[in-house]
Structure formats: C-alpha cells, structure tokens
Design a protein around this ligand. Structure first.
Ligand SMILES: Cc1cc2nc3c(=O)[nH]c(=O)nc-3n(C[C@H](O)[C@H](O)[C@H](O)COP(=O)(O)OP(=O)(O)OC[C@H]3O[C@@H](n4cnc5c(N)ncnc54)[C@H](O)[C@@H]3O)c2cc1C
Length: 397
C-alpha cells in the first residue's frame, strides 16, 4: 500500500511523523516536498531583519524523518480519479491514500499592478528580497546630511495587516530604528478592513494596534489597494501613496497544483475516500461548523485527525470506516511586533516580556518536538545571545 503526503510544512510534516509510527509495516510512506526542507514559516519575518535566522527556521526534512522516504519534487497536479500525483520533473506517483498539505500561495486578487510591483512573503527567498529592497531604501533615504535628503522621506508600504503583514511591518520598523533612519524612512501598513488582524478577537486586535503604534508604524485601516504601478499605490478612496518599497501580505489563494483553489473539507478532513487534506491548502469547516483560520497553529492541530483517518481508511481498505471528526479549539494567538509581542490566551492578553518569552518557548518546543533539537538549541542560543526576553527569563531561573 502506497501512502503519499504532499508538502512538508506544518501540516504535512506533523501528519508524516504520526503516520511513521502508526501505519502498518507493509505500507510505504513517502513525503513529497519541493524544497526538501521544513520551513518554520511563522517566523519567516524574523529572517528579514536577521538573515542568520534562516539556518534556524529551515530544517532539512531528511534530518527529521525516520521511516518515511523523502521525494524532493514539485507537485503539479493531483488526479483523484486515477489516484496519481504528477511532478514537474515528469514523474508520476501512484497512491492508495494521499494527504494534501501543500499550503497556500499569495493572492494578488488581480489588483492591477500589485503582483508585478510588490514582493510577497511566503518563502525564504522572499525574506531575502524584502531585506535587499529595504537596504536600498535605507541607502537612498538614510543620509545623515539633512540637505542631501530634504525632499521627501522614503516610504515602505506593507499591504495587508494579517499575521504576516503585522509581523513584517514590526520587523521593518525595528530595522529602521537600528539603522537610525526612523526619521527618514516610514513604514506604512495598509488594511482594507477597519482593524488590524481582521478575524481575530477584539482584545488581540486592540493590543496589536497599540504595539504597532508604539513602533511608529503608520497604520491605515479601511484602505483597500485598487492599483499599483512602479511608483504609486492607489487606494479605494482615490488617495495615492508614492512608495519606494512595496511588500504584499494581502491574502492567500490555493496552491497551483490544486488549480489555485482551496477546496472545502469538513471535520473528517476528507476530499474523497482515499484523499485527505489539511492546512492552508484547504478551507476547513470543523465538526461544529466553525470555519478554521489558515494558520500554523491549526495546521499542526488538524494533523492528529488526518493521521487517524488515513490509518483507519488504510486498515479498512475499502470497507466501512468510522472517521474521526476534528473540532478546532484555538489555543490562543501569539505574534511578534518588532521586539515586542502580543499573546492572547483565553480572555487574557499579554504583551512585552511575558508574551515574548512565550513566543520563543513555543518556537523552541515546536522545533524540539519535530525532531530538530539542533535547530531548537540554535534558536535558544540566539535568544540568549541577543538578550531576547526568553534568554533573560532563563537567566533569572
Ligand atoms: C510571515 C508569516 C508569519 C506568520 N505568522 C503566523 C503566526 O504567528 N501564527 C500562525 O499560526 N500562523 C502564522 N503564519 C501562517 C502560517 O505560516 C501558515 O498558516 C502555515 O505555514 C500553514 O501550514 P501548511 O502546512 O498548511 O503550509 P506550509 O507551511 O506553507 O507548507 C507547505 C509545504 O508544501 C511545500 N509545497 C508547496 N507547494 C508545493 C508543490 N507544488 N510541490 C511540492 N511541495 C510544495 C512547501 O515548500 C512547504 O514545505 C504566518 C505566515 C507568514 C508568511
């Protein structure tokens, strides 16, 4: 029996690790991933400020897997009728059971000029590109001689104030301060909804907004981007923003291998009798009818139900299967805003050092649990070196 897991992100890696332990020995298990590395994507914005972070958040999958075979390749299509997966290199993989965990891509919504002129933040190369572009803005506008630079300030626009937009805006604001150009380079965060972090609890939104304001990020809500060219972004009310760098974190669409769609699955995470799907690749409406937010947190938590159902279906192999149903329960939310952080646990919102320490602890635990103690220790060491709040907390213990 051949079991394929497509995508080695949060969802795919977590499912694979569970299937390694639970599938019968006779089954072959293969994880297919285009990069061959697991990206700790929820920390990707950190690599914009600190390129060394790349080593900590990119973990070779071969280092983590025990029993599963790793197939490095780009999936170009999943044919559920013939139960085959096609790869960009021309190969075709057959499957008896498949888990689709390919994640999502950045959505540009066909807004004229946005895809052509903005840089998204989804992959390591995007973080490097955003850093390069920011350095160019600093070089142009960061002159100490005020006479050389009196005409206008440099403007860096981040479009979309979800989890990634808020966090990258925070990093850029700190970079501007660290390079002592905060007066001459402004960070503008645009959001079409009336609040930052749309869809999140109100207290979390309020605390996030306060942290952004404290970092001097110019937050503009109710600002829908309608067009962009190489110099100007147009907003729905007709306002025009002249920019020097444009980062786009405005939303997600389905993976190209899924035709750009994010099909809906319910609590059993089943696309059909032999194909399961989870993570950002799909829109999940859980067993209680709750839409589940696209997040690393949900991707990891759904993996238990997906693995259980694959094993149940594979064991029954065509017979009756009583599938488990997933109920999404949010463990809370944790984001960084520059060197600050916001955590919501139940009704309690935390900021500052406690939230920061929690965020570091979650990242370190995640890496350690996924078999990469080396990377977990790397993050811990970095926290200590950088006198991060977690390091401070540890030193006090
Ligand atoms: C900057 C940033 C900050 C974020 N912060 C948070 C946060 O604080 N909290 C939170 O919960 N979420 C956060 N998120 C969202 C979170 O990262 C995603 O929701 C999460 O990565 C989804 O997990 P996934 O496993 O579905 O997909 P991914 O993690 O995207 O994994 C998909 C995997 O599939 C591979 N792949 C993609 N296409 C193909 C293909 N065609 N063929 C083969 N392999 C392929 C990819 O290389 C990747 O390994 C953040 C995202 C960003 C970008």
């Amino acid at each position: 029996m051949d079991v394929l897991v497509l995508g080695g992100g949060y969802a795919g890696l977590t499912v694979t690790r569970k299937l390694e332990r639970r599938l019968p020995a006779s089954a072959t298990l293969t994880l297919v991933d285009d990069t061959g590395s697991h990206l700790v994507q929820h920390e990707l914005h950190r690599a914009v400020r600190d390129p060394d972070y790349v080593d900590e958040i990119s973990v070779p999958l071969a280092e983590i897997l025990d029993r599963a075979a790793l197939r490095e390749g780009e999936v170009t299509g999943v044919d559920r009728e013939s139960r085959t997966v096609s790869l960009a290199d021309g190969d075709t993989l057959d499957y008896d059971y498949c888990v689709v965990a390919l994640g999502a891509e950045t959505a540009f919504y066909d807004v004229p000029g946005v895809e052509a002129h903005a840089t998204p933040l989804k992959r390591l190369e995007h973080a490097a590109e955003i850093r390069r572009e920011f350095e160019a803005v600093v070089d142009e506008f960061g002159h100490e001689d005020p006479v050389a630079n009196t005409e206008r300030t440099g403007t860096v626009v981040v479009g979309g104030a979800g989890l990634s937009g808020v966090q990258v805006a925070g990093e850029l604001a700190v970079m501007a301060r660290e390079r002592e150009v905060a007066e001459s380079v402004e960070i503008v965060l645009l959001e079409q909804e009336e609040t930052v972090a749309p869809g999140f609890p109100e207290q979390f939104q309020t605390a996030t907004r306060e942290r952004l304001d404290a970092q001097n990020v110019d937050v503009r809500t109710g600002a829908t981007v309608t067009a962009a060219d190489e110099a100007t972004i147009t907003v729905a009310d007709g306002a025009a923003i002249d920019y020097d760098q444009f980062v786009w974190t405005g939303g997600i669409r389905g993976n190209g291998a899924m035709g750009g769609e994010r099909p809906q699955v319910r609590g059993d995470l089943r696309l059909d009798e032999r194909t399961f799907a989870l993570g950002d690749a799909v829109r999940i409406v859980d067993a209680d009818g709750e839409p589940v937010p696209a997040s690393a947190s949900a991707a990891v938590r759904a993996a238990e139900t997906a693995a259980r159902n694959v094993v149940a279906a594979a064991t029954a192999d065509g017979g009756f299967v009583d599938l488990a149903q997933w109920h999404w329960e949010s463990p809370g939310w944790l984001i960084s805003v520059g060197d600050d952080a916001v955590a919501q646990i139940g009704p309690t919102v935390l900021t500052g050092s406690t939230a920061n320490a929690l965020k570091s602890a979650v990242g370190i635990t995640y890496l350690a649990e996924h078999g990469s103690l080396r990377h977990a220790l790397g993050v811990l060491r970095k926290e200590m070196d950088d006198t991060g709040e977690f390091g401070e907390l540890l030193k006090r213990l």
